[in-house]
Design a protein around this ligand. Structure first.
Ligand code: FAD
Length: 360
């Protein structure tokens, strides 16, 4: 019963860019961190998903992290970070300093396993460290824990190595191998750059033709498409498919020398390589699946928020089916800029909901 469980006004699941931004705004709007607003994260350290990214990933032309709200007040900015250091170290250190400067009291490691009706109008948040009752739930659990791998005939019989983006550690793990990189986003191109000269050969495979562009309008269109899908409760589209890849000198030179020239999707995986529909075959020893992610929402399943279309209906970061549930960093908010904006929009609605008379 509720006796065993602590209580909160709002529980935030996840302390990545989205969860921290929400927590900062809630604090500013008067909720006491750690008491009224409790942030839970299953990770061992600050940094959200960034703490787990591969060693070679840098904040550069392809990867830019937006400053969190209030970050400049405490003398921190990603804009002046040392771009030669691994992004995962920079982000972990900055989030750590941020959490401490604003005393956000993130509880970790705490894994949320299920969110269900408490029976008294509140929600019961079950974790591997006990349960919490709350009036509002803000889910900011990101996507890193749910890499998506498309189905291909023969994949189980492949004799080589297969990894998805979260399992990728370093190019040296693929030294001397013939490597296929699947996927049309910046993770895929990053891997190809790193593998050049280390792997014996690389082949790049994408579902759609690749577009290198500097057009900022492409990003706006991709966010709009994600917003339309979220409002309709459809599965979310791929962001990189909509934005195109950055037309940096490094990428354009790699296109010139043949490194970043994509082949269309193969039709089947054979024990020793890839087979295309036209009969052509490419022997490979390893496949890296940089094929995107899905939102990690299994812990919300008891609330029954899913639509028959396969997604959740979300408007302005709020679940249409349950006004006590917010999704920060979901769909159109799935970038560090989007996650920041989500913080403000979601926190405002949370506070309005909490101030409304009970039962509303
Ligand atoms: P996350 O950072 O994933 O945080 C979610 C947190 O929730 C994690 O700390 C996790 O431990 C926790 N969590 C999840 N489930 C549970 C649970 N059940 N219980 C408790 N805790 C839980 N965006 C950009 O704007 N710029 C970039 O350069 C950029 N580069 C990227 C590179 C890669 C390889 C990838 C995959 C994505 C990149 N993105 C980039 C998108 C990026 O994911 C977002 O920008 C942003 O970091 C996501 O923040 P978030 O808070 O939504 O998620």
């Amino acid at each position: 019963g509720p006796g065993e469980a602590g209580g909160a006004e709002a529980v935030v699941v996840g302390a990545g860019q989205a969860g921290l931004s929400v927590a900062w705004h809630l604090r500013r709007m008067g909720l006491v961190p750690g008491e009224d607003a409790v942030v839970l994260d299953r990770g061992p350290a600050p940094g959200g998903a960034w703490q787990f990214r591969w060693e070679a990933l840098r904040l550069d032309d392809a990867h830019k992290v937006e400053d969190l709200p209030g970050m400049r007040e405490i003398g921190l900015s990603f804009a002046t970070a040392d771009g030669a250091r691994p992004a995962r170290d920079i982000v972990r250190e900055y989030y750590d300093r941020y959490e401490r400067a604003f005393d956000l009291r993130v509880r970790r490691p705490v894994r949320v396993t299920a969110v269900r009706e408490a029976g008294d109008g509140r929600l019961r948040v079950e974790t591997d460290r006990g349960a919490l009752l709350t009036r509002v739930l803000v889910n900011a659990s990101g996507t890193w824990g749910r890499p998506f791998r498309p189905y291909f005939a023969g994949a189980a019989g492949f004799r080589g190595v297969q990894v998805s983006t979260p399992q990728y550690r370093a190019a040296r793990d693929f030294a001397g191998l013939r490597v296929a990189v699947v996927g049309g986003g910046t993770s895929a191109t990053g891997f190809l750059h790193e593998l050049e000269g280390v792997a014996a050969a690389t082949v790049w495979v994408t579902r759609r033709p690749v577009r290198f562009t500097d057009d900022p309008g492409a990003g706006v269109a991709a966010v709009r498409q994600a917003d339309e899908a979220a409002r309709a409760g459809r599965p979310l589209p791929s962001i990189s498919g909509g934005t195109g890849l950055p037309a940096t000198p490094r990428n354009l030179a790699a296109v010139e020398r043949g490194l970043l020239v994509a082949r269309p999707m193969f039709a089947a995986i054979e024990p020793d390589g890839l087979r295309w529909a036209d009969g052509s075959f490419e022997p490979v020893d390893a496949i890296i699946w940089a094929t995107g992610f899905r939102s990690e929402l299994t812990h919300l399943a008891p609330l029954g928020l899913r639509e028959p279309e396969g997604g959740l209906r979300v408007e302005q970061g709020r679940a249409v089916r349950d006004p006590r549930v917010f999704l920060a960093g979901y769909g159109p908010q799935a970038s560090t800029i989007g996650a920041n904006r989500a913080g403000r929009t979601v926190a405002r609605q949370v506070v309005e909901h909490l101030r409304a008379p009970a039962g509303v």
